[in-house]
Design a protein around this ligand. Structure first.
Ligand SMILES: [Zn+2]
Length: 238
């Protein structure tokens, strides 16, 4: 159920029985010359739409958080980079607001890699407040399922571009899709990292992306996300 559509009374009534909230979290960020700046929030929102259509009576879907942290891609136009400290604190206070409203399970459905360390910290705070936090990084957690469908992954790469195409082909300019296979030799940070590792704002091979691959990713990954949520709701954490 979408929180945005509820009033105070329906929210209070529904939350007597529903103790799980999903907060979609993304980023406004350069995604190559071909994908939209909203890629990282469009995809979590699409997953939420599928979740709403299946277990929507057992979860509240909160409004999304659009802005996150991106150090590497901040060298490209359209990236709105929030510091890890500010972003982490903001999401923490949003999450604690849901705990105050009686929620137990706080699901952070994340679409952006640069958010991961901040969101991990938020999860630790939620757990310390006796809530149950679930951080879902869809392209990392369900990599095995995705790589049965695509040859590779990447920022605005084959998997991510496919998942945007599956939302709406008009969102992607495939005539501008390229590939960039430059990868760092480890966790190495250096000046102009973003310009080199994410040349033209992407990594991986976007030219292999198709709408059909995106649809298969939604099908496979949504099933895993729903299974995870059901386990958490049944107190099966391990
Ligand atoms: Zn992305």
């Amino acid at each position: 159920m979408y929180m945005l559509h509820m009033n105070m009374d329906t929210f209070k009534k529904q939350t007597k029985n529903i103790n799980t909230v999903i907060i979609p979290i993304g980023m406004i960020e350069a995604h190559g010359p071909h994908c939209p700046l909203g890629t990282d929030i469009l995809i979590p929102n699409k997953f939420c739409g599928i979740i709403e259509g299946t277990i929507g009576n057992n979860v509240i879907i909160a409004p999304e958080i659009n802005y996150g942290h991106s150090w590497a891609l901040s060298v490209y136009p359209g990236t709105i980079n929030i510091s890890t400290e500010a972003f982490s604190k903001y999401v923490e206070e949003v999450a604690l607001g849901f705990i105050s409203n009686g929620f137990k399970n706080i699901i952070l459905l994340n679409g952006h890699g640069g958010n991961i360390s901040a969101l991990t910290r938020v999860c630790e705070v939620i757990a310390d407040k006796s809530g149950v936090a679930v951080l879902i990084n869809w392209w990392v957690d369900f990599k095995d399922e995705i790589l049965k469908i695509t040859d590779g992954q990447g920022h605005a790469g084959e998997d991510e571009t496919s998942t945007v195409l599956a939302i709406d082909e008009a969102l992607v300019d495939m005539t501008k899709a390229t590939s960039n296979e430059v990868t760092p030799k480890g966790k190495i940070y250096f000046k102009d990292f973003g310009k080199i590792i994410y040349k033209d704002g992407l990594s991986g091979d976007a030219t292999k992306a198709t709408k059909e691959k995106g649809e298969k990713i939604y099908e496979a990954v949504s099933a895993k996300i729903i299974e995870l949520i059901r386990n958490v709701q049944n107190n099966k954490y391990y």
